[in-house]
Write a protein that binds this ligand. Structure first.
Ligand SMILES: NC(=O)c1ccc[n+]([C@@H]2O[C@H](COP(=O)([O-])OP(=O)(O)OC[C@H]3O[C@@H](n4cnc5c(N)ncnc54)[C@H](OP(=O)(O)O)[C@@H]3O)[C@@H](O)[C@H]2O)c1
Length: 327
């Protein structure tokens, strides 16, 4: 099969389209003919040699989400039949024509959704659902602050917040992304200026009360400000650290407000929890797509051979939503 292989750690040019052995499904696994994958920040880090694939995933083929068709069943698989349209998160190996993976880590693509759109869904929407709703406990009537709201995860979080009846405030470094996020249901947008400040504005827009949940996709200096503009008993869910991995904040304020800070990562989870993620995709998210409450946000679609161009696009910080690779 053809796959994108990382030749050595480095820039986008180290990714090459090569012929590699086609994987065979083991017991309990299926082989999927991949029709679409999408780019994630994790792929950029893996390419740089800073984020090795977890055990069991190919070390040199990036790609942590897929959409495609079931091709071959391993022994003991009863959930699927060849031709079923499936999508899900994977540990790696998504930039390829085929992947073998545990049958129960997949979910069914909603009827009428194209493979390219389906490729834009699993990582962004599962990360947003799991972080903001399952772990952050965001509920109807509450307010959520979503940083980097024009990102793949951010655009998913805005839509989920609207779908569950929560109010959303988003930040971005450019006003254009806020305008586009408003079309997805964002209630309030704040441009984070050169000094990187947003806390005063969030307090002002919440009548001084603060937000209930923060979807923290930037990290670094944002976290201390989150603490300054979160309501009592608020929850800060740290999902990304594009702005830095170190924080300096006031533990006194954390205690007085009784705020919970938690970190989360999808890729490092054991099989049992990846199966739960597939169930969340199937039971919570797919029905919302089916009734039009959520839609995949695709910035651009490129062929697999243009993976380097896709990485450059994400690195530029100019994309809104997902960069999809079709296979
Ligand atoms: N924990 C997990 O399991 C998990 C899963 C998926 C993603 N993530 C994380 O979630 C975050 C978003 O991922 P994504 O794939 O949705 O990203 P994305 O689509 O590439 O969007 C990222 C956006 O963030 C903004 N940004 C970049 N660097 C920034 C900085 N230093 N300060 C402030 N804003 C910055 C840029 O928009 P503007 O500057 O125009 O606002 C950029 O377009 C990443 O940190 C990623 O690693 C975590």
């Amino acid at each position: 099969m053809r796959a994108i292989v990382i030749r050595e750690p480095g820039g986008p040019e180290v990714m090459e389209l090569r012929d590699v052995p086609t994987p065979e499904p083991s017991r309990g696994e299926v082989r999927v003919r991949i029709h679409a994958s999408a780019v994630n920040r994790a792929d950029l880090l893996q390419r740089l040699g800073m984020y090795p694939a977890p055990p069991g995933s190919p070390s040199d083929i990036p790609g942590i989400e897929i959409a495609g068709e079931v091709d071959t069943l391993g022994e003991n698989v009863t959930e699927w039949k060849p031709g079923d349209r499936v999508f899900g998160i994977v540990g790696g190996g998504g930039y390829a024509e085929y992947i073998a993976l545990p049958a129960r880590t997949l979910a069914r693509i909603p009827d009428g959704m194209s493979f390219a759109d389906a490729g834009a869904v699993p990582e962004a929407f599962l990360t947003a659902w799991d972080g903001m709703v399952d772990q952050g406990g965001l509920a109807a009537g509450e307010t959520v602050l979503i940083h980097a709201v024009g990102s793949g995860v951010g655009t998913a979080a805005v839509q989920i917040a609207r779908a569950i009846g929560a109010r959303s405030i988003g930040t971005a470094r450019t006003s254009g992304k806020l305008d586009r996020a408003r079309e997805l249901g964002l209630d309030e947008g704040i441009v984070v200026d050169g000094a990187g400040s947003f806390a005063d504005e969030v307090r002002r827009r919440t009548g001084g009360r603060g937000v209930d949940v923060v979807v923290e996709l930037v990290g670094g200096s944002y976290v201390a400000q989150d603490l300054a503009c979160i309501a009592a008993k608020g929850r800060i869910v740290v999902i990304g650290m594009m702005g830095g991995s170190r924080v300096d904040f006031d533990l006194g304020l954390l205690m007085r407000k009784r705020v919970e800070v938690r970190g989360t990562m999808l890729r490092s989870r054991p099989l049992e929890e990846k199966i739960l993620a597939a169930l969340a995709l199937d039971r919570h998210l797919a029905p919302l797509f089916a009734r039009g409450a959520l839609k995949p946000i695709v910035d651009r679609v490129l062929p697999l051979a243009s993976a380097a161009e896709a990485h450059r696009a994400m690195q530029s910080n100019e994309t809104f939503g997902k960069v999809v690779l079709t296979v």
